[in-house]
Design a protein. Structure first.
Length: 251
């Protein structure tokens, strides 16, 4: 799964990196080294300038809330359980299949966190967990495959700017070997040469879409232990993604 990640890049850097032509940000999101579900995150997508426009879709940068709320949901709290969508079932699950067909996005990240159960025990007898940070070995941006939805709040008036809630989820797959010993699932990454096809709303054939999603190539990612401070979502700062010596970790 993917339950925490880091996102510290500035919007102007993301606009350049992802060749965004239409920023829909009301304000920048502060650097976040402990992104957790329900927080606002950056998302890159392709949409028409307006609903009735005949123009081609434009690449946009938006702020979305992490935790997908399907358009048919009666209670937006369902989004708290929709932070991940499994690649193996995303095309069939009612909560995700419509978004998978036409509302795909990229969720930029510095890297993501996973917790490895160690042989040490807590007072309750459960394994103590050592957090690891997993990032591209070349220091580049991690473009996670995502889906987004737009939920209409029936309690708000038509002229209320908050009547629509934009939310997203991260697609996951079986972890590749070099990080699979930490956790058996990992977020799916979309390689740069496939960004356009993944974001294109006209790409709607399940087989075509699934062919764009492949696990990271061996050696593409690096993983290292980090401070257990990241386990508390209230902690937030660049020190959370700094490696700690293996002998200081719980592993």
């Amino acid at each position: 799964m993917c339950g925490r990640y880091a996102s510290s890049r500035k919007p102007e850097d993301l606009i350049e990196e992802f060749e965004v032509v239409d920023s829909r940000l009301e304000r920048p999101i502060e650097a976040d080294y402990n992104v957790a579900p329900t927080k606002e995150v950056y998302a890159v997508m392709e949409r028409k300038p307006s609903r009735d426009s005949a123009d081609d879709p434009q690449r946009q940068l938006r702020a979305l809330r992490w935790g997908l709320v399907p358009s048919w949901a009666k209670d937006p709290a369902i989004g708290n359980r929709m932070i991940n969508a499994r690649m193996e079932t995303v095309a069939e699950k009612p909560a995700f299949k419509r978004a998978f067909a036409s509302r795909r996005c990229l969720l930029p990240a510095d890297g993501y966190f996973e917790w490895y159960p160690t042989s040490q025990k807590t007072k309750a007898g459960k394994p103590r967990k050592q957090p690891f940070f997993i990032r591209p070995a070349d220091g580049g941006v991690l473009a996670m495959a995502g889906l987004y939805e737009i939920w209409r709040d029936p309690t708000r008036d038509d002229d209320d700017p908050e009547r629509f809630r934009w939310t997203c989820t991260v697609l996951t797959t079986q972890a590749e070997d070099s990080v699979g010993h930490i956790h058996d699932r990992m977020p799916l990454m979309v390689e740069r040469e496939r960004w356009g096809a993944w974001l294109d709303p006209a790409t709607d054939t399940t087989d075509d879409l699934l062919s764009l999603l492949v696990p990271a190539a061996p050696g593409r990612l690096e993983a290292f232990p980090v401070s257990t401070l990241v386990s508390n979502v209230r902690n937030n700062g660049p020190e959370l993604v700094e490696p700690i010596p293996l002998e200081e970790s719980l592993a």
